[in-house]
Design a protein around this ligand. Structure first.
Ligand code: SER
Length: 583
């Protein structure tokens, strides 16, 4: 069965079971600076898991484009991918464990034709936060999975949360038995020897976690995720995702084009190319920060591995064509945006190949020097120089080093990098912190009002409130902040009154230059701490507010007029959004 058939079967099956099909969200999360890419199907749905009404109802199904980059260095082995597609079905306070498990079992056995004996499952073993999931266990028994193929594990294996804070809960996971022998008598689905492959994860999201612990959500949700590439691979009896139709044509092409044989490099090229295309298609562009930097790393790593295989880099366009050809059935948008995608990738490649050869030579010198000095760690200055002069992301130098049994001094590299950035950052902080496109008089007022709002929210809701995003136009301010629940009308009123009180007091706004350390000691609020150098600017508004900020601000609060909250809504996982105006 091809990937597209599995996706279609999935969506149809859940549609038949009362679910509405919703489109995949963009890989680039809207207005959520706390994550670079969508890493799971649940991410765009967080407000609805927390209780907001979804316009399409309480049963949804979708495919979600995901990028996970924490394992980027593992790509090249037989299973890691940075981009993947997750099929999901969602109950937003509708059905729970019983129906979810019954549907999953039916889909696996009847729609995909997986025999019962091939399926093992795991359930949550229970701990102080949540009892053992005997309900899930009973449901599996009822479906026909015998005791010996039902396992119980703790939070490490059977609890799902995206990051540190947010909706979460115990999960039950389904595993496919590849038929390989057990690696030891104890071998079980938690073992990653390759006998058992996880195919589906049903999360019973009824908790919310923040730093104070777990609380129950308003509703019991189900969030399931089935990795499309992995399922396709298993159903086709393949050993790696690189053998399925989404990658095979590119892999074959690379094999024909290469002058040096290396399967890891071919996988890295094919995989990074696909991820990059998907990111570019959703609007990502290479740069030196955040998601642009990840894209740059993917493209530069891809280019280096093409170089390693001695593939003529001028035919990258053909390779892109081949890749899009095999992906367009799943993502017709790639075909539509082909020219842009090609242009972005080829431009980045061209930029990099100018320095790649010289950079590699320079690296060899550095590596030899290190070895001749009987050292195994490449010094930070050399790593920095390779980045500054030759465009080698430090992670790439690290990878090159590891091929020769060397490591790099990342810690001091980071320091050097920050020192270097400190000055140029001072200027860019203005844009970063305030989210300001231009800073006219009205925007400046909104900027100061944003600081007052941040301070008032802390007073009314608590010190867990931190800025997560900000955007200002001449019409309004928009402020995203960490807070787990919808604000009550009373809370909103209190915040509004407090901001207006601060305005009435006509408090002086002071711009102070100081050392980062000192500002932190004083408890200054910072949104992206690691974005700041040693010397920082903070803005102080009486005893009310102290924030890292490039400004500009009004001289004193009296000129702001009247502050009014227009809207309070969910923004993303544990993040609320306020839109407010000055009258
Ligand atoms: N959120 C879960 C996961 O990513 C299930 O969709 O695995």
């Amino acid at each position: 069965m091809k990937a597209i058939e599995i996706r279609n079967k999935y969506l149809k099956f859940f549609e038949k079971n009362g679910h509405k099909i919703i489109p995949s969200a963009s890989l680039i999360p809207e207005n959520d600076p706390s994550v670079l890419f969508n890493t799971a199907g649940m991410q765009p749905l967080v407000p609805y898991l927390l209780g907001e009404k979804h316009p399409e109802g309480r049963r949804l199904t979708d495919y979600q484009k995901c990028v996970r980059t924490n394992d980027i260095d593992e790509v090249g082995d037989n299973r890691h991918l940075t981009y993947f597609e997750m099929l999901g079905n969602w109950s937003l306070g509708d059905y729970f464990k019983e129906e979810s498990i019954a549907m999953s079992y039916k889909f696996l056995t009847e729609e995909l034709g997986i025999p019962n004996e091939k399926i093992s499952v795991t359930c949550f073993a229970g701990d102080k936060d949540c009892p053992k999931d005997t309900v899930a266990y009973e449901c599996w028994k009822k479906a026909g999975i015998p005791d010996e193929r039902i396992y119980f594990f703790g939070k490490d294996d059977n609890w799902w949360i995206a990051g540190e804070e947010g909706p979460c809960g115990p999960d039950t996971e389904m595993f496919y038995d590849t038929g390989k022998p057990k690696c030891s008598p104890e071998c079980n689905p938690a073992c990653d020897c390759g006998k058992y492959v996880e195919i589906w994860n049903n999360v019973f999201m009824e908790f919310y976690k923040d730093k104070n612990g777990y609380t129950k959500l308003k509703q019991q949700n189900v969030d399931t995720g089935l990795g499309l590439e992995r399922m396709t691979m298993l159903l086709q009896g393949k050993e790696t995702p690189f053998e399925i139709e989404l990658f095979a044509p590119v892999m074959e092409k690379l094999e024909k084009l290469q002058k040096v044989d290396n399967i890891q490099s071919r996988r890295i090229i094919a995989e990074h190319l696909r991820s990059s295309m998907m990111i570019i298609n959703d609007g990502g562009r290479p740069s030196n920060v955040d998601r642009g930097y990840i894209l740059r790393r993917l493209l530069r790593r891809m280019t280096r591995h093409m170089n390693k295989l001695e593939i003529d880099l001028s035919i990258l366009g053909d390779i892109i064509d081949t890749s899009i050809e095999s992906l367009k059935e799943l993502y017709p948008e790639l075909e539509k945006n082909k020219e842009t995608i090609k242009q972005v990738i080829i431009t980045e490649k061209d930029k990099f190949i100018k320095t790649l050869k010289n950079g590699e030579k320079e690296f060899e010198k550095v590596a030899n020097k290190t070895k001749n000095n009987n050292q195994t760690i490449i010094d930070a200055e050399s790593v920095f120089n390779l980045y500054e002069t030759y465009g080698f992301p430090p992670e790439m130098t690290e990878e090159l080093a590891s091929e020769q049994g060397l490591t790099v001094d990342m810690k001091n590299y980071q320091k050097l990098f920050e020192e270097h950035q400190a000055k140029s950052r001072m200027g860019s902080d203005i844009k970063f912190k305030g989210g300001l496109a231009s800073t006219g008089e009205i925007e400046t007022k909104y900027h100061t009002a944003t600081h007052l709002l941040n301070a008032a929210l802390k007073v009314v809701l608590g010190n867990h409130v931190h800025q997560k995003g900000s955007n200002i136009t001449t019409e309004r301010l928009r402020f995203d902040f960490s807070h787990g629940a919808k604000m009550t009308d009373e809370e909103k009123q209190k915040v509004e009154d407090l901001v207006n009180e601060y305005i009435k007091q006509d408090i002086k706004v002071e711009r102070i230059e100081m050392k980062k350390e000192e500002a932190l000691k004083l408890g200054a609020e910072a949104m992206f701490l690691d974005k700041y150098g040693e010397d920082v600017i903070v803005y102080k508004i009486g005893d009310i507010s102290l924030e890292f900020c490039g400004g500009p601000h009004v001289e004193s609060t009296g000129c702001l007029g009247t502050f009014k909250i227009k809207k309070e809504e969910a923004s993303s996982a544990g993040v609320r959004r306020i839109k407010a105006i000055l009258l």
